[in-house]
Design a protein around this ligand. Structure first.
Ligand code: ADP
Ligand code: MG
Length: 292
């Protein structure tokens, strides 16, 4: 590739809102074979909503929701925002929590009104020696609809199963279709529940789903996809996507995401429109085949 053609390609990218932070990213994108994408905030809007809240016998729905929301008020996870917003929408007064702790990839814990409240994934409940399978049927129904099931414990007793759902971005189906048209294998990497991730993957026609990945495990997932010299592009937006963005042959950050993700990536998309991922690849291929 000549310096001129790279300048032209980089300029065209800028017009589309695709920022190439390094010139050779444009060249390396051409060789991409696999596109791995983070789910939350990349394939989905990253703005989940609380859709279901089912309490165990002996528990009152609004009481449990109020306790859970008090814990989540102390968390910065998008799931937390969804739960707090739902409690407020129901007109519930959300109290104060103390002794808050977040266990990345598992859930959150705090004390509210003298009660110990834990909220998180099924694996979090298992680690607390609680049995989430008392809600097995509900969990299966919720996750097969692409919703993320979560559990709440009050003073060491399983009190509720709840679910959040994060809408797929409008641009995602077209982006995946275009990636397939470019001959790429499309993979989703997520910390979310396996059945939930698979339901969403199926809906989108994604080739491979890597689910229940712990926050520092995305980089290993990328490394595994790179085996056999396969060229892997990773697309993400979050803090925990930064190591995977750096590990990939090319990292593409969503510009509406976190600064750390953008600093770790060689390509930044100025909007959340996912169609700029296949656009970037098509651009690199067009730019570099015109060169003699
Ligand atoms: P992702 O970025 O794919 O959402 P995370 O590692 O942030 O993955 O979260 C993985 C899982 O951990 C979530 O799907 C949820 O089950 C649980 N979790 C994380 N934070 C919270 C929270 N604040 N409240 C409840 N559950 C949480
Ligand atoms: Mg994300």
């Amino acid at each position: 590739a000549t310096p001129t053609s790279i300048m032209v390609g980089t300029g065209k990218g800028a017009e589309l809102g695709i920022l190439f932070r390094k010139g050779d990213a444009l060249q390396r994108l051409r060789d991409a074979q696999v596109i791995a994408l983070d789910k939350t905030g990349t394939l989905t809007r990253g703005r989940p909503e609380l859709t279901d809240f089912i309490v165990a016998e002996d528990f009152d729905e609004n009481t449990v929701l109020r306790l859970v929301a008090a814990v989540e008020r102390l968390s910065e996870h998008p799931i937390a925002e969804a739960i707090v917003a739902a409690a407020r929408e129901r007109g519930l007064e959300v109290g104060e929590g103390s002794d808050f702790a977040a266990e990345p990839g598992f859930g959150v814990v705090a004390t509210v009104a003298g009660r110990r409240i834990q909220v998180g994934a099924d694996r979090f409940m298992r680690r607390l020696d609680l049995d989430p399978d008392v809600f097995a049927q509900q969990a299966q129904d919720l996750s097969s609809q692409g919703k993320t099931p979560l559990y709440a414990a009050v003073d060491g007793r399983l009190a509720a199963i709840l679910a959040v759902s994060d809408p797929i971005k409008d641009s995602t189906p077209a982006a995946i279709k275009a990636l397939h048209a470019e001959g790429l294998r499309v993979v989703m990497i997520t910390g979310d529940n396996r059945r939930t991730a698979e339901a969403i993957g199926r809906r989108l026609g994604i080739d491979q789903v890597v689910a229940e990945v712990l926050p520092d495990g995305k980089v290993d997932a990328v490394r595994e996809l790179q085996s056999g010299e396969r060229k892997v592009v990773f697309v993400g937006d979050g803090i925990n996507d930064a190591p995977a963005l750096a590990q990939a042959d090319v990292g593409i950050a969503i510009g509406t995401g976190t600064d750390i993700a953008m600093e770790s990536a060689e390509v930044v998309l100025m909007s959340g429109d996912l169609r700029n991922v296949p656009n970037a690849i098509a651009l690199s291929r067009a730019t570099l085949t015109n060169i003699k």
